[in-house]
Every structure is written in structure tokens, then in C-alpha cells.
Design a protein around this ligand. Structure first.
Ligand code: SF4
Length: 507
């Protein structure tokens, strides 16, 4: 194999990082630098990974690894390269593929931080800097084809100026493992490329065998155990994809790839971990216990979950004592004391839940949703599971009493160790007139909700940093900086809330 690549796969620094081995810190890339200089923010949120002499990072985002595997398995001379090392491949590179979760910070929670603070989020600044860097400009000058994709592909439709200015040839929207091989062939043959490729359900990998295993280590050992989600919430795009569980052997093989390259972390990725090979919407003990035992047998390192639904947590425990059984397996290793997971709480209003996510409480009735949420939080607290819960505010159709119901629920969740983050629904186009949007869409009820979540999260953030997170002397500085930022955000948010109150009070 030649020492440089025909196809280079990459992303900007905000994504090409192991976030100090803590996915939560990766969240910071979605906000602007608060209270500290941008370089320090970047160092906390997205430190550079180690690279080899070709600029290949030791770990890379899972999505990029999947594209790399699809291309390498099809025989292409392709690899993931760190954004600081693209210039090493200028002489051979014909195609540059760039993936991202949030190219322009139009997705949550970046868009929300942006509207609240009025400052461009770090990820957006970082991506722009990357696209305008000398290496990328030189690549374009030499005729390299630029193909972009990933979960945020749709954002390019709202960034036509950048699309043109940066010379992006093709935008790929959807699960790209099948389509990317064809595009690569075309690009290398110098054929005309399509502007926009939308991958519908018929073009995604139909069988799990068609999904290639990663060939190299993923950030924090993330491996996929399921794709898609059956709940069908109206505001969510995951729902458009078919729902598939990945067989245990395949999951274990990917974990072994990570371990063989020295990546010790393990994050099981799924929109709802507890629905792994579920019976419809009901979690089943057997596949979950098998999966967790098998992974635990492989390694005594901590195992994380990406996402779980509150209804599945409540049901799994209440019906099968399954949360107890799984955490017993996980905590059988001395190295694991807690389990972090993202959960979508969305709203405390039954009326709104019925409209936007009628299946969110299933198999319980949607009328029970607020109680299901409380029970799930209590179960997690008892089992040292620390959720980062997201709320969605400002959706079209939301009424003031819906927001009040959510605030009341947040207050009832106070006893349970967790972080709660509100996400404001920001319609596309609002960015053109940010000030107008900020003034007119944030209501006094939203301010109360913001304050309630902030009180909750600031309280528990300190507890989590002290008791569980970033233990050991090598994280002393990161830990101190996080606490400083939590204090700063709390102060600033109180000030901002007061300002909005004065404005609202004064008409
Ligand atoms: S439960 Fe989560 S992943 Fe599933 S449709 Fe709803 S928001 Fe999307």
C-alpha cells in the first residue's frame, strides 16, 4: 500500500478528539467559549488525538470509521486522517470526505447555545476554520473532490453560500455505507458527481451483514448495537430509518478491534439500549443480559450506554428487575462505579406529549408519562446510572401551560442525580434574524424552565465532578476548569434571566 492516500476521510477538531475519554466533555464543543479563552475551551472539550506519521489518528469518530471500513473493504486506498495532517496527502489525494454531527451548529444543543448567548458555537467556528485552512484550499485548487455527509448533511441546504464558496461537490444525507463505494468510484474515474444524494430506506444496508465492521479504533470505544428507533416521535429524524439490532458477535468483534488498538473504553450505541432485540417496544431480559455479560467477560473496563428511553428503563426494572441485573453485571468490575447515559425527557406536559410523541411512554399509556419519568429517574438514581436528560422547548404548538408542566416535573426530579438540559426548538431561517428570534420566542415561562434546569444541573454537576467524574491527578486542571465554567454559566444565566424578566415585565 502506498504511504499516502487517494481518499482521505476527516472532520474538524471539534469532532476529531477523544474529549479526554469523556463523551460528556464533547458536549462542550456545541457551545461558545464561556468565561475562558477559546483555546482553553478547545483544550478541555476537544484535545488533539495521537497520530501516526501519516497523520492517522489513534481513534476517530465511529461514523468516519464505518465509511473508512466500507471503502477499505471495497479495495480503495482510503483512510481517516487528522485535520492537522491533510497536507501530507496533497500529492495523492483525489477525494476528501468530511463527516460531522453539526457542521454549522444548526442542530441542538448548539443552535440553542447560539440563540441564548448570541455567540457562534465552538464547533461552527472550528469547522469554518478547517474548511478555510491552507491545506483544504490547496486540495481544492488541485481539483480534489469534496464529499460531505453524516447526520448533519441537511444543514448544507441552509448553507448554500458556504457550499459554493468552499467547493463542496456532493452532500450525502443518510446511512452511506452502500452509496459511498459508488460515489468513490465515480469520483476517482473523474465522472460527474451528483450535488445531493438522499439515502432513503431502500438504499440503506438491508441486512446487518451489509454493515461493515470498523477496521480501526473509534472514539471512546463506541460501537453500535442497534440502528433506528420504533417510537416515531414527530421531531426526530431517526424514525425515518429502519430499525435493526446488531448481532452480539458483530458487536464483540468491533470491541476487539478497539481493544487491539489500545482503546479501552466501551460505549454501546443505540437510540434505546434497552430495546436491543426487544419484543416490539418491550425490553427482553435474555438478549440484554447476554450482551452485557459477553462484553463484561471480554474486559473489566467501564461500559457506557449512549441513549436509553425512560419508558424502557421503568418497564425493564418494574417487569424484570432488569436494570438491577444489568448493573450487577457492569459493576462486578471494580473499575466501574457508575453508568452514564443520555435520555430524552422532552416534556412534562401530557397534552403536548400526546401531540408530538404519542409512543414515548409505551408500553405505558402516554397519560402516565410524567410518572414514568419520575420512576425511571428514581430507578437510575438507585443504580448509580447518571442520565443527561434533554428537554425540548419552543416547539410549534407548545402553550404556556405545557412549559409550566415541564418546569414542575423538573422540580420533582431534584432528588435524583442527573443533568437536565433544555433544548430550544430553533426554526431554520431564525439564524438570519437572531436578535428578533431571541427577543420574541423566549417567553417568561421558558425563563422559569431555564432557571429550574440550571439549578438542578449546577447542583448535580458539582456532585458528579466530585464523586464520579474525571478521577485522578491527571484531570486536576480539567476538573477545576469545569467547575469554574459551571459557576460562571450559573452567574451569567441568572443575569440573563433577570434581563429577560425586566424586558418581559416592561412589555
Ligand atoms: S425515542 Fe428518541 S430516537 Fe426514538 S423517535 Fe423518539 S426522539 Fe427519536
Amino acid at each position: 500500500m502506498s504511504m499516502t492516500f487517494d481518499i482521505v476521510i476527516t472532520t474538524d477538531r471539534s469532532m476529531m478528539s477523544d474529549h479526554h475519554h469523556h463523551e460528556f466533555l464533547g458536549f462542550m464543543t456545541t457551545g461558545p467559549a464561556f468565561g475562558v479563552p477559546e483555546w482553553l475551551w478547545g483544550w478541555i472539550a476537544a484535545p488533539k488525538p495521537k497520530v501516526d506519521k501519516l497523520g492517522r489518528p489513534k481513534v476517530a469518530p465511529y461514523g468516519l470509521r464505518k465509511i473508512e471500513a466500507a471503502l477499505q473493504d471495497a479495495g480503495f486506498n482510503a483512510a481517516v486522517v487528522d485535520p492537522d495532517h491533510i497536507d501530507k496527502h496533497l500529492d495523492t489525494m483525489k477525494v476528501l470526505m468530511i463527516g460531522h454531527h453539526d457542521f454549522f451548529a444548526y442542530g441542538p444543543p448548539s443552535s440553542e447555545w447560539w440563540t441564548i448567548t448570541g455567540k457562534e458555537p465552538y464547533n461552527r467556528v472550528s469547522f469554518r476554520r478547517f474548511m478555510e485552512s491552507p491545506a483544504i484550499r490547496e486540495a481544492k485548487r488541485r481539483g480534489v473532490k469534496i464529499i460531505v455527509g453524516g447526520p448533519a448533511a441537511w444543514q448544507w441546504l441552509w448553507a448554500l453560500d458556504e457550499w459554493r464558496k468552499w467547493g463542496v461537490d456532493t452532500v450525502v444525507d443518510g446511512e452511506a455505507e452502500r452509496v459511498v463505494v459508488d460515489l468513490a468510484k465515480k469520483a476517482l474515474a473523474g465522472e460527474e458527481l451528483p450535488d445531493y444524494v438522499f439515502i432513503g430506506p431502500a438504499d440503506v444496508p438491508q441486512t446487518v451483514e451489509e454493515i461493515p465492521n470498523i477496521n480501526h479504533a473509534s472514539v471512546n470505544g463506541l460501537v453500535e448495537i442497534m440502528r433506528g428507533c420504533p417510537r416515531g416521535c414527530k421531531f426526530c429524524s431517526v424514525t425515518l430509518r429502519p430499525w435493526r439490532s446488531i448481532p452480539i458477535e458483530k458487536v464483540l468483534d468491533e470491541i476487539k478491534v478497539n481493544m487491539s488498538e489500545g482503546e479501552k473504553g466501551i460505549i454501546l450505541h443505540s437510540e434505546d439500549v434497552l430495546l436491543y432485540y426487544a419484543d416490539g417496544i418491550r425490553p427482553r431480559p435474555e438478549p440484554l443480559i447476554k450482551l452485557h455479560s459477553a462484553v463484561r467477560q471480554l474486559t473489566d473496563e467501564p461500559i457506557g450506554w449512549s441513549h436509553a428511553s425512560l419508558a424502557a428503563i421503568a418497564y425493564a426494572e418494574e417487569k424484570h428487575k432488569l436494570v438491577t441485573k444489568i448493573t450487577d453485571i457492569l459493576f462486578s468490575s471494580k473499575k466501574q462505579r457508575y453508568l452514564g447515559v443520555e435520555v430524552g425527557l422532552e416534556t412534562g406536559s401530557i397534552k403536548l406529549a400526546r401531540k408530538i410523541m404519542p409512543a414515548k411512554a409505551a408500553p405505558y399509556r402516554i397519560e402516565e408519562y410524567p410518572e414514568v419519568v419520575e420512576r425511571a429517574f428514581a430507578i437510575m438514581h438507585e443504580h448509580n446510572i447518571i442520565p443527561a436528560a434533554t428537554l425540548i422547548a419552543g416547539l410549534p404548538g407548545e402553550e404556556p401551560d405545557d412549559v409550566v408542566a415541564t418546569t414542575e416535573l423538573v422540580e420533582r426530579l431534584r432528588p435524583y442525580r442527573s443533568l437536565i438540559v433544555p433544548m430550544f426548538f430553533v426554526p431554520m431561517g431564525a439564524f438570519k434574524n437572531l436578535e428578533w428570534f431571541r427577543r420574541n420566542s423566549i417567553r417568561p415561562e421558558h425563563v422559569e424552565l431555564l432557571k429550574a434546569t440550571l439549578r438542578h444541573s449546577a447542583y448535580w454537576a458539582r456532585d458528579i465532578v466530585d464523586r464520579f467524574y474525571l478521577k485522578g491527578s491527571r484531570y486536576v486542571l480539567v476538573r477545576a476548569a469545569i467547575k469554574w465554567i459551571v459557576n460562571y454559566i450559573e452567574r451569567k444565566a441568572e443575569e440573563a434571566a433577570r434581563a429577560v424578566e425586566v424586558r418581559a415585565g416592561g412589555g
